[in-house]
Ligand binder design. Sequence first.
Ligand SMILES: [Zn+2]
Length: 280
Amino acid sequence: MATQKKAAPKAAPKVKASAESIRVVPLFNPKMDIKLEDLSAKKEDSELLTMAPPTATPKLVYNRGPLIKNTKVYTIFWGKNWASTAAFITLRNNINQFFTAILTSSLIDQLAEYSVPGAAIGHGSLSGSKVITKAAPKMQINDSLIRTTLSGWITAGIVPPWDANTLYFIYMDKGVKVTMGGSSSCTSFCGYHDAISGKKYYAVMPFPSCSGCLGGMNVMDAITGTSSHELCEAITDPVPPTGWYDNAHGEIGDICAWKFKSVAGYNVQLEWSNKAKQCV
Ligand SMILES: [Zn+2]
């Protein structure tokens, strides 16, 4: 993975100090995953337990890597339920409608402050969607197999070829656990995004079937909340951490995790604004 090893942020509620955790959507209540040995090893026990905000004001710094200018989201629904269960088919259509609406919304407009010469961040579109049932994992899958599989789909023409505006969103079936870098969905993260060899930008969205990833919301609101987090991060930092990144706090969405607003009728996450010096 592209993310280099970072010192653990002082007070961020990171549970596992893996290099990957900084660009994932963390669980709603990270306390549930704190182990006794972690607490005894930490000096900032009380900060961990109370989730005190980091003392330094976050500031995203541009590391000169690519940004996504006009995002073409291609959704991939991987698993049998997405093909044949009525409630999942409805959900799939709703997720696609969400992207169609949100990619031309104020949520994208607010990212314009992170435009750089040669890369103006603007509106995007849903470029397509596919349900894939072949070789769908039933219980568990790790990130490296997801990457291999996505590359295979691209090579075989099952999904459109990647270009610098393309972002694949892979939605996993209910009951499938995703593991990555020693952590797993519903135990330490609710979604993540990355790139394969600096290209083929993708996000992985495990089905939110645990309280830590539902955060007290219904499934659709949880999915759009997590998806908006990954979408904004992928646009501003498609190859982590070479885009807009804060060494202590992570990416644009990490700083504001689990704070939401409504845009175009959808639940979306707040994102960090360097200009406003707050989550907006
Ligand atoms: Zn994140």
